[in-house]
Ligand binder design. Structure first.
Ligand SMILES: [Ca+2]
Length: 307
């Protein structure tokens, strides 16, 4: 019995050692086993568990699945120290290796400014929608809670609309952003030149010559506010968009309305009290995400000056 156990454990040890050697040397103890990609990948995974030093030597393996797994293991082990290898993997010929690098960077991004910066830098060159979406989410630099006067529990006056200013229904500037990287190019800035953008009216973009487009699109409109009047708040009211919106006034981010498809056609408002320019020109920029069917700023937008 004792002898049988001893033989059995010796055989197991010998098999594990053979497997590690098989992957490390790319040779199999059973003929051409490693020519079969699935068995070779299985052998690699088993071998790495025993011998982590195999990770670095297989980052440039000819098999993309092994490159992916080696990268995954490297990031698990080294964290942000793996940034140089992640940078290299972003340019890998295999799109799934690229996606693995982006997902790894996204995982590091909450703690690492360098990872966020690398994602932002990589955005224009990412080759799949999945990689771009993950990179945008992880590198997105805009965050602000929406605080409206009407929702302020400590406000003790009745809120009244002193003036309502309808924004134009026609002539917004419009640009699609299929690469999802326009937010890195100051397109919401007051000095941004949007004269090259086409014009778009309020309504679905599909009915205005932008057929079958799902994704990100940007709108800009210039409008004038009157000379300063007595007020407590300035708000921008959207009667409905399809389907999510991120809003800037005069280059400053105000907030987002992003409830997925549940948010379609739902009215919402943003506070722009500090950002409004009285007696002069204002620039409103809206980034729209439409994930299916028709999309756009589909209903009117107006400014409310509140007392
Ligand atoms: Ca839609």
């Amino acid at each position: 019995m004792k002898l049988a156990k001893s033989i059995s454990s010796t055989v197991c040890l010998a098999l594990a050692a053979a497997m590690a050697i098989a992957v490390a040397s790319c040779r199999s103890p059973h003929g051409n086993l490693d020519d079969h990609p699935v068995r070779r990948r299985q052998a690699f995974r088993a071998a790495v568990a025993e011998n982590p030093s195999l990770i670095r030597s297989h980052l440039d393996d000819s098999d993309e699945e092994i490159r992916r797994y080696a990268l995954y293991c490297l990031v698990k082990a080294d964290g942000t120290a793996a940034l140089p290898q992640l940078r290299k993997a972003l340019a890998d010929s295999d799109l799934l290796v690229e996606l693995t690098a982006v997902e790894a960077l996204a995982g590091l991004a909450p703690q690492s400014a360098e990872a966020r910066a690398l994602l932002t830098e990589a955005l224009p060159t990412l080759r799949t929608a999945a990689a771009r979406e993950t990179a945008v989410k992880a590198s997105w630099p805009f965050h602000r809670d929406i605080k409206l006067l009407r929702n302020d529990a400590s406000w003790d006056h009745e809120v009244t609309v002193v003036q309502k200013i309808d924004l134009p229904l026609k002539g917004w500037r419009f640009m699609t952003d299929p690469q999802q990287d326009a937010h890195t190019k100051n397109v919401f800035g007051t000095d941004f030149d949007d004269s090259g953008w086409r014009t778009m009216d309020i309504g679905y973009w599909e009915f205005q010559g932008v057929d079958d487009y799902n994704g990100i699109a940007w709108y800009r409109i210039r409008f004038t506010l009157p000379d300063k009047i007595d007020h407590n708040a300035v708000e921008i009211h959207f009667d409905g968009v399809d389907e999510s919106a991120w809003v800037w006034l005069n280059g400053i981010y105000l907030g987002c309305h992003d409830l997925g498809e549940m948010g379609v056609d739902m009215p919402f408002a943003m506070d722009g009290t500090q950002e409004a320019r009285w007696g002069g020109e204002n620039v409103l920029t809206v980034r729209i995400l439409d994930t299916g069917r028709a999309g756009g700023i589909t209903k009117p937008v107006h400014i409310e000056i509140l007392k």
